[in-house]
Ligand binder design. Structure first.
Ligand SMILES: CC(C)(COP(=O)(O)OP(=O)(O)OC[C@H]1O[C@@H](n2cnc3c(N)ncnc32)[C@H](O)[C@@H]1OP(=O)(O)O)[C@@H](O)C(=O)NCCC(=O)NCCS
Length: 294
C-alpha cells in the first residue's frame, strides 16, 4: 500500500535520491507557489518510494522531467498514480497540456509507451529535436586545426561572453523580438552559459551581428544551445564560422565532447550542423516527446 502527497520544502530532502543529480536543484525549487511541482509516493510508514517532477513552462504547459519508482514497488500502479496527480495539478494550474521528453534509444522507451497509454496520453511520440554528438578525442591530429582555419573576413571580430560590457548586454536584451526572436536569445538558461566558449560576432563598427551560445553540460561536454546570425548577414557562412570558433576554443581547453540540439522543424540549422559535422564521426539521436492535451 502507498499514498501520494505533493512535496513541499520540508519533504524534498528525503526524495532527492529518487532522481538524477542534474534534476536535484530543480527539485529543491518545488513547493509553495513555485512553477516546479513534485509529487512523492510513500509506503507506510512515510518511506519515499516514488517521485514525479514537473514544471509549468512559460507557454503554459506542464513539462515532466522525470519519474521514478523504487524497484521493489514497481507494477503496483505507483507511476500511474503519480501521473494522475500531476495531471490534476496541471488542470488546477490551467495548463494546456502535459509533455515528457525522451531519447529514442532509451531502454525505458517501450515501457513508457505502455505506461502513458494507460494514462491516456497521445501516442506515438513525436520527434521534436535532433541531437548531434561528436567526440573530438577521436579526431586525427591533422584534422583538428580545421576549426582554426576558418578565417574571419576583414573587419569582423569575435569576442567571448566575458569580453562583452554590461552596456552591450543591455543593448542585446533590448533587441529581443525586434532583431532576434526570443527562441534565439543568448540569455535562455543564462546560469548555464559557458562564458569562455560562448562567442559573439561583431561587424566593422563593433556592432554585435550574431552569436553561438554554449552550455557546459558536464566536465567533458559542451552543448551548442543556440546559434544566431542577423538577417542581413545570413547565407555568408557566418554561422559555420561562429561554430568553428567556439569548437576550437573548447578543443583548446581539452573539452572534447560536443552536442548540438536542434529543433526538427529548424531545417536551416539542421542543414548547417550536418554540413559542419560531415568530415567528422558523429551520431544523431532523436528526441521524442509524448504529450497529453488537456
Ligand atoms: C517506469 C516506472 C516509473 C514505472 O513505474 P511503475 O510504478 O512500475 O508503473 P505502473 O505500475 O504504474 O505501471 C503502469 C503500466 O506501465 C506498464 N509497465 C510498467 N512497468 C512495466 C514493465 N516492466 N514492463 C512492461 N510494462 C510495464 C504496464 O502497462 C503497466 O500497467 P499494468 O501493470 O496494468 O500492465 C518504473 O519502472 C521506473 O521507475 N523505472 C525507472 C525509470 C527511470 O529511470 N526514471 C528516471 C528517468 S525518467
Amino acid at each position: 500500500m502507498y499514498y501520494i502527497e505533493q512535496l513541499n520544502e520540508t519533504m524534498i530532502k528525503d526524495f532527492e535520491k529518487l532522481t538524477y543529480t542534474e534534476f536535484r536543484p530543480l527539485l529543491y525549487k518545488a513547493g509553495g507557489d513555485s512553477s516546479v511541482i513534485a509529487f512523492g509516493a510513500f509506503s507506510y510508514p512515510a518511506q519515499p518510494i516514488g517521485l514525479i517532477l514537473g514544471e509549468v513552462t512559460k507557454d503554459g504547459c506542464m513539462f515532466i522531467y522525470t519519474v521514478f519508482v523504487k524497484p521493489k514497488y514497481r507494477r503496483c500502479g505507483v507511476a500511474t498514480a503519480l501521473f494522475k496527480e500531476m495531471e490534476q495539478a496541471a488542470v488546477a494550474k490551467n495548463c494546456c497540456g502535459l509533455s515528457l521528453g525522451f531519447i529514442h534509444d532509451n531502454p525505458y522507451s517501450e515501457l513508457f509507451n505502455k505506461l502513458l497509454q494507460k494514462c491516456g496520453w497521445e501516442r506515438p511520440a513525436q520527434t521534436v529535436m535532433l541531437l548531434y554528438k561528436m567526440n573530438m578525442e577521436d579526431l586525427l591530429a591533422e584534422d583538428a586545426p580545421i576549426f582554426a582555419e576558418m578565417e574571419l573576413p576583414a573587419g569582423l571580430t569575435v569576442s567571448n561572453w566575458q569580453e562583452l560590457s554590461k552596456q552591450e548586454f543591455e543593448e542585446i536584451k533590448k533587441g529581443k523580438g525586434i532583431w532576434y526572436p526570443e527562441l534565439t536569445s543568448p540569455f535562455l538558461e543564462e546560469e548555464r552559459v559557458d562564458p569562455f566558449n560562448s562567442v559573439f560576432l561583431r561587424d566593422e563598427n563593433r556592432e554585435i551581428i550574431g552569436w553561438t551560445i554554449t552550455h557546459r553540460l558536464d566536465s567533458e561536454t559542451m552543448l551548442y544551445r543556440n546559434i544566431f546570425v542577423k538577417d542581413e548577414y545570413r547565407s555568408m557562412g557566418y554561422a559555420m564560422l561562429l561554430m568553428g570558433n567556439a569548437i576550437w576554443r573548447q578543443y583548446d581547453r581539452g573539452i572534447y565532447k560536443l552536442m548540438f540540439c536542434v529543433h526538427v522543424k529548424n531545417k536551416n540549422m539542421n542543414r548547417i550542423v550536418s554540413r559542419f559535422m560531415k568530415p567528422f564521426k558523429y551520431t544523431v539521436k532523436k528526441k521524442l516527446q509524448f504529450s497529453k492535451i488537456l
